[in-house]
Design a protein around this ligand. Structure first.
Ligand SMILES: C[S@@+](CC[C@H](N)C(=O)[O-])C[C@H]1O[C@@H](n2cnc3c(N)ncnc32)[C@H](O)[C@@H]1O
Length: 325
């Protein structure tokens, strides 16, 4: 593929891959990664166990509220065929993204993982990360979009954050995990009703689908945003998703991608032990790091993108669609 810059992982990375191909070592690494994350969460005042339990029970007395299963059935697209790369373990969960345990833990995990991006940010790290992305959007997109598609929206943290900066827009969150979408819809409604967020849950739509083949009409969005999605994709899927975004955008529309920055020194200098833990939970990291994403964006029919390092370890890429002939 023309867009692959460096398909051969670095030596340290190859050693890590060798270790992770031994199943008991991979299981140990995943267990360690999870333990480290829970400890980090508790150390910054994110009470993992309590928060997850409150969500599972929806504040009631049952360990797990049966209404979750009813909501899941409503949001699930039963005709959807999952891509093979998606149906596997991710993030230390054997069931990957397709289960209640990962779904109810996404938010606390995001707070733990993003706590260290900015010095002393702690539990505010996640909000600061999103603000840094939004500052790039606002600097690079002159007109506020009216229709926004958030691909790989997970439990809706990126979707509701986008809705807050574009309150006039209709925002659609799309994800392959119906479990995540069920949580997204519930949390958006609960937070809107309780006044925790100023935004209206009625301007949000949730869609169970694949970002590479959404089935949505041509030219129906002004902004397609992918926040922390691309590092979870094999290169073939990444390229297909860029082509689908191009199809979905209206003339003058923008694609925006925020994710890990492979050029960040933080990854180059990461101790092998930490790299092993990271890779044990992110199966497509080597493919993501090797992809020349800017070239792939241009190949998919966009103008030369702008790239901004929005944190010491993330980049935000914004590209305007090329005029269609
Ligand atoms: C790390 S999460 C990103 C979360 C969210 N955007 C945020 O900023 O918090 C990546 C999400 O992408 C979803 N995903 C992965 N591949 C996908 C695909 N091909 N189509 C749609 N969603 C996908 C996963 O289910 C997961 O929810």
């Amino acid at each position: 593929m023309a867009t692959v810059a460096n398909p051969t992982p670095r030596l340290a990375s190859r050693l890590v891959n060798g270790l992770l191909s031994v199943k008991p070592l991979a299981s140990f690494a995943k267990h360690q990664a999870r333990t480290m994350m829970i400890k980090r969460a508790e150390s910054i005042g994110v009470y993992w166990m309590q928060e997850v339990q409150a969500l599972r029970s929806r504040g009631g007395t049952a360990d797990f509220d049966p209404a979750w299963e009813q909501d899941l059935a409503l949001i699930t697209n039963h005709d959807l065929a999952y891509p093979a790369y998606y149906v596997r373990s991710f993030h230390a969960y054997e069931e990957g993204n397709l289960g209640w345990e990962p779904a109810t833990e996404v938010e606390v995990a995001a707070h733990a993982v993003h706590a260290r991006i900015f010095p002393d940010a702690g539990a505010q790290g996640d909000a600061l990360l999103r603000q840094s992305y939004h500052a790039v959007l606002q600097a690079n997109i002159p007109e506020a979009p009216q229709a926004v598609l958030d691909i790989g929206c997970s439990v809706g943290m990126s979707t509701t954050a986008l809705q807050q900066i574009y309150p006039q827009a209709q925002v659609t969150g799309l994800d392959l995990s119906p479990y995540f979408l069920t949580i997204a819809r519930y949390q958006a409604q609960r937070r809107s009703e309780s006044g925790e967020t100023a935004t209206q849950s009625s301007t949000l739509n949730w869609m169970h689908g694949a970002a590479e083949s959404t089935g949505l009409p041509d030219a129906s969005f002004d902004l397609v945003s992918a926040c922390l999605l691309f590092h979870e994709l094999p290169q073939t899927a990444a390229v297909q998703i860029l082509q689908e975004a191009q199809r979905l955008l209206r003339p003058g529309g923008h694609l925006a991608i925020m994710d890990m920055n492979p050029q960040s020194e933080i990854y180059a200098k990461m101790p092998p032990y930490i790299l092993t833990l990271l890779k044990s939970t992110e199966p497509y990291l080597d493919e993501y790091f090797a992809l020349d994403l800017e070239a792939a964006i241009v190949n998919a029919g966009f103008a030369q993108p702008t790239l901004t390092c929005n944190t010491p370890r993330h980049r935000a890429i914004v590209a305007k669609i090329q005029e269609k002939s």
